[in-house]
Design a protein around this ligand. Structure first.
Ligand SMILES: [Zn+2]
Length: 214
């Protein structure tokens, strides 16, 4: 039984340095672990408890990170020794999901949309707090616009209100960048605000280069 706590003395450098968690983050003390499938492609983020389970059930095929998350468990009653486990920041499991290879479309969610658009209103360029962002359908839903990555942008309330149920052309508004559908690697980057440097580098190799400015 792991009543583990994170050994802060061994804490790897977290992206973002001392700026601390952003306001849209749940408090995440422990870095999450990047899980890969048996083909070495990304599947999902898992928390350390799930990773511990994978280690103890011998599901780890290999480790691919350069960081170790060190966990300390309880003390052994007989010896007084403290149990320790080092979890790799990137683990490949004997999993045949092949999520990445299947080109699975990542879930469209508010938080990841906010980060995809850099927290900026895609019409006026205003930097918004997460709570102030509105999800704007480029082709309005009332005229058949779909609720998909390629038809939604982050927008501020005044721009969203001004555009109303019109296309950008009809409203005389220009998008600063085109909406796009992130692949799974990009989505995993967007979905983890405490990503470790090695995890980020691994995922960036699988993310297409984009030049979004219109
Ligand atoms: Zn705006």
């Amino acid at each position: 039984m792991w009543a583990a706590h994170y050994d802060r003395a061994n804490q790897p450098e977290l992206r973002g340095g001392s700026a601390g968690p952003r306001e849209d983050d749940a408090v995440e003390v422990f870095p999450r672990i990047l899980k890969l499938d048996v083909g070495g492609l990304p599947v999902e983020w898992i928390d350390w408890r799930e990773a511990v389970g994978l280690y103890f059930t011998d599901k780890i095929a290999w480790e691919a990170g350069s960081e170790k998350i060190r966990l300390r468990g309880g003390r052994c009653r007989e010896t007084g020794d403290r149990s320790e486990l080092a979890i790799d920041s990137i683990v490949a499991v004997r999993d045949r999901s092949h999520r990445f290879a299947r080109g699975l479309v990542p879930t469209l969610s508010r938080r990841e949309l906010y980060h995809r658009d850099g927290g900026i209103c895609m019409y006026c360029g205003l930097h918004m707090n997460y709570r102030d962002m509105q999800i704007e359908h480029v082709v309005p839903r009332s005229t058949g616009g779909v609720h998909e990555w390629t038809n939604v942008v982050a927008a501020c309330e005044p721009c969203n209100r001004h555009k109303d149920d019109r296309t950008p052309e009809a409203a005389g508004m220009k998008l600063l960048a085109l909406p796009y559908e992130p692949n799974l690697a990009e989505w995993l980057i967007l979905a983890n605000r405490r990503i470790l440097a090695d995890q980020q580098a691994f995922l960036e190799r699988l993310a297409p280069r984009r030049n979004r400015l219109t």
